[in-house]
Ligand binder design. Structure first.
Ligand SMILES: NC(=O)c1ccc[n+]([C@@H]2O[C@H](COP(=O)([O-])OP(=O)(O)OC[C@H]3O[C@@H](n4cnc5c(N)ncnc54)[C@H](O)[C@@H]3O)[C@@H](O)[C@H]2O)c1
Length: 298
């Protein structure tokens, strides 16, 4: 019987981007040692620095001692080697939203991680069942879906694939609750609960901009002041990443074969132009370049 995923269970996070660095920081703050992997050491290191930076700001905001942020950051190690998978109790995949890429990663994770280790994906929309199917442990594959920014968002959506065991769901839930998150459980439908609603709302806002119903500022203002949303849908699109949003919409469109999920051509064009939102400095809005160490020009 595998042990609980309580700190200091060793975590391995694949993908040191927006989400991987956030998950690494959150888990380290709860006392877990975390190995943060990316395809290049430079990218893994940049993710670790982003996690350290976000932890520092988080602790100031929460009135927690600065030493907590530093100790947490020290629990994160950055690497471009997959060897650490062999010693991990939980693997969290936060690579780009491509089924083909994630399938390859799950095969590799399955080959290298101990048999009792849980393999989790932070996917926003892809099938957990399809990822589980390429492994020899489909009962230990689960969706653990964090939200952006990870340190601030209280929800974790857990997704059970067709062959995910009840014990795996319980372990994933206990892990997320141990990080201080509130958990909801979803079945494995395209976009689950959260990404399905988010993508429809944001896509509709982009269509309204495309149809010149209102300016981007007024579309966002209408949602903030009319519905009490903390940010407008176009601001949210920039925060999530326009490439990720497009992947989610495409997954919904093909998954349900329903034209209501058709991505607005304006979104497609922005992605093709490399205007992916905050992470590239431009999307529906423009953003000041982040410091080079946190993802600015290399
Ligand atoms: N951005 C969001 O708001 C959000 C929210 C919830 C879930 N997600 C999901 O989280 C995942 C990651 O999204 P993100 O926004 O962090 O993307 P991102 O583009 O910021 O980061 C992805 C990282 O993965 C790395 N990568 C590329 N190929 C890799 C490989 N073969 N192995 C390991 N890493 C690789 C990239 O170098 C990059 O650092 C996606 O599945 C996305 O759908 C995103």
């Amino acid at each position: 019987m595998p042990g609980p995923l309580e700190p200091p269970a060793q975590l391995f996070v694949l993908g040191a981007g927006i989400m991987g660095s956030g998950i690494a920081g959150q888990a380290a703050l709860a006392g877990h040692p975390v190995t943060l992997y990316d395809i290049e050491t430079r990218l893994a290191e940049r993710g670790r620095e982003r996690a350290a930076h976000d932890l520092e700001r988080h602790c100031v905001r929460e009135g927690r001692p600065a030493t907590e942020a530093r100790e947490a950051a020290d629990r994160i190690s950055a690497t471009s080697e997959l060897d650490g998978l062999a010693g991990s109790s939980l693997v969290l995949e936060a690579a780009p939203e491509s089924l083909e890429l994630k399938r390859r990663l799950f095969q590799e994770m399955d080959r290298r991680a101990p048999a009792e280790t849980l393999l989790a994906s932070n996917t926003s929309s892809l099938s957990i069942t399809a990822l589980a199917a390429v492994t020899k442990r489909p009962e230990r594959v689960v969706g653990i879906h964090f939200f952006n920014p990870v340190l601030r968002m209280p929800l974790v959506e857990i997704i059970a694939g067709v062959r995910t065991s009840g014990e795996t769901v319980q372990r994933a839930r206990a892990f997320a609750e141990g990080l201080g998150k509130t958990v909801t459980l979803s079945q494995d439908a395209p976009g689950f609960v959260t990404s399905r609603s988010m993508a429809v709302l944001v896509n509709e806002a982009i269509w309204m901009l495309y149809d010149r119903v209102a300016t981007r500022e007024d579309i966002d203002r209408a949602h903030k002041l009319g519905f009490h949303h903390p940010m407008g849908p176009l601001e949210l699109a920039d925060l999530v990443g326009l490439d990720t949003l497009l992947h989610v919409l495409d997954r919904l469109y093909t998954g349900f074969r329903d034209p209501k999920y058709r991505a607005c051509p304006l979104l497609v064009n922005l992605v093709e132009a490399g205007k992916l939102g905050r992470k590239t400095g431009e999307g529906f809005y423009t953003y000041p370049a982040p410091p080079a160490s946190l993802g600015g020009a290399a």
